[in-house]
Design a protein around this ligand. Structure first.
Ligand code: COA
Length: 258
């Protein structure tokens, strides 16, 4: 199982655990995370969710083999019903606070999902990157809406068009994360923060979170839908095929023919 879950001291931990593939997320892993989020939402003993990865890697993003073999919207099924969109909605829907411990590299959705967490702690060894365009794809998880809001258009272009990585310190400066912690401490720190919700009234916490997210909720959902449709089309593009093949052949992609 590549997603481990455990509930202790009021905190439901969702751990991405596929280190041999740098925590790349498969359809089954999205499904397991969706189920874990829904279970945490329904369990009255859970006061907060803690999302974490492995030492050195949070997640390398969507599994590229899955992108090629089982893209969202395959065989006429709707993109809306895909495992990844269901995961996105589950993360948007949970009213309990979600705390992320970014234990290392956070690629693609590994970075964009942080936009939907409530408290984010980043290891000093983490690198964040959204390489969608270099893969022949487009931004997802409302990053095309939320990243420019956080950093302005020109910095967003650096991160989302050029795909420039950013440091943990920049993640804090840009408003993606609360603090940078030494690699060995980030998980425990995030857990201690998540446990603080045990001392707070859960109804007020959840009401406050809903209010914080409410003004943008409809726009975020609409953006996820629009991005998802284009993303699914791009996954079938010759540009994306070239990028994916280059990744597995461990070579630079050649976009000169497009
Ligand atoms: N999908 C599928 N397999 C992946 C993967 C992904 N997203 N990320 C890593 N892997 C696999 C590699 O193919 C490799 O498999 P192998 O051992 O069978 O050859 C293994 O995981 C180790 O990855 P590797 O690239 O050798 O590790 P690294 O430490 O040099 O680099 C990353 C780590 C995360 C920087 C690098 O793996 C990476 O850039 N991954 C792709 C990220 C990406 O583009 N994700 C999609 C975003 S939309």
């Amino acid at each position: 199982m590549s997603i481990k879950t455990a509930t202790l001291n009021g905190v439901a931990t969702i751990e991405i655990a596929r280190p041999e593939k740098k925590n790349a997320l498969t359809i089954a892993m999205y499904e397991a995370m969706t189920q874990a989020l829904r279970a945490a939402a329904a369990d009255t003993t859970v006061r907060a969710v803690l999302l974490t990865g492995q030492p050195g890697v949070f997640t390398s993003g969507n599994d590229i083999e899955d992108f090629m073999a089982r893209p969202p919207g395959q065989g006429g099924s709707s993109v809306e019903d895909s495992a990844v969109l269901q995961f996105m909605r589950a993360l948007l829907d949970i009213d309990k606070p979600v705390v992320a411990a970014v234990t290392g590299a956070a690629v693609g959705i590994g970075t964009t999902l942080l936009l939907h967490c409530d408290l984010v702690y980043v290891s000093d060894e983490a690198r964040l990157v959204m390489p969608f365009v270099a893969l022949g794809l487009v931004p997802e998880f409302a990053s095309s809406l939320l990243v420019p809001q956080l950093v302005g258009h020109v910095k967003a272009a650096e991160k989302l068009l050029l795909g420039d990585p950013f440091t943990p310190e920049q993640a804090v400066e840009y408003g993606f994360a609360n603090a940078v912690l030494p690699a060995g401490e980030v998980l425990n720190h995030a857990r201690r923060v998540a446990e603080r919700f045990n001392q707070l009234p859960p109804g007020a916490v959840q009401g406050a979170k809903r209010l914080l997210r409410a003004p943008q909720r409809a726009e975020v959902l609409a953006t996820i839908h629009t991005e998802g449709e284009l993303f699914a089309q791009r996954l079938r593009s010759p540009e994306a095929m070239e990028a994916f093949q280059a990744f597995f052949q461990k070579r630079k992609p050649d976009f000169s023919k497009f």
